[in-house]
Design a protein around this ligand. Sequence first.
Ligand code: NCD
Length: 310
Amino acid sequence: MKGKHLIEPGDFSIEELDDLFSLAEKIMENPSAFTEVCRGKILATLFFEPSTRTRLSFEAAMLRLGGSTLGFAEPNASSTAKGESLADTIRTVAAYSDIIAMRNPKEGAALLASQYSEKPIINAGDGGHHHPTQTLTDLLTIRTIKGTTSGLTIGLCGDLKFGRTVHSLAKAMARYPGNRFVLISPPELEIPDYIINRVFKPAGVSFSRVQQMEEVLGDLDILYMTRVQKERFFNEQDYIRLKDSYILTLDKLRLAKKDLCVLHPLPRVNEIAPEVDSDPRAAYFLQVQFGMFVRMALIARVLGYEGGKK
Ligand code: NCD
């Protein structure tokens, strides 16, 4: 994995993913054994869009590996505000750092950055396209709670059109045998056709579409809730009309299996009532914790750490 870019979930093989998850598990068991792994290395975080968890978990991950971080959390604090191209910004930052985590509102921005960077680029979200490190977080959470990433019925609920975490998770889970998807969204926020035609169909993955969460809650092993992505709407009225399409409550959860696992990449707005947080099926704050450890494993491997292999 040394020197590899991570732009979308397919960039790593299933074996590489397994190795990352088992390294993340080792780090979780004994974090103090990993505090020197990235000593002297620098992670740059270039965030052209808002973030809490992704940026801070990348930075915490690098600091816990003994490395350092630099970067910006908003584009107006960089020469982007003066009209500098992404290619030039990346060439510059690649000269100062060893690995770059980048979030940008444009689809394809991370891929473009990777073409101008000798240092590994980690896509921390490119518009409504992909968010592969959230998927690493999601897969590690599912694997830990369910003991497997195969043979599961996964409900994806909410903004399936603009939600990049959904696109990356669908692509990743379609690689494991026996997974089925239930796509729960209003017609305006359906999953893009390319996920159906270029991901699900070629892999023979079974899927269904519904508009009402209540109809399918009892069938699900995983319920992946998402926020309606306000910043990607062209028109505020559509956002206001669609924003509260789904609200998970304890009352609705009575329809679900006892071992349902409720995930959400966060931030949450209204789509999960706070009363659900104390239900044992709510796993979204555990998911936050896994995010830092799996990013530690990713940074370590991409920077050439070879320890902890099977
Ligand atoms: C997600 C994102 O940025 O796509 N957040 C995250 O990274 N955990 C989800 C969202 O913003 O709704």
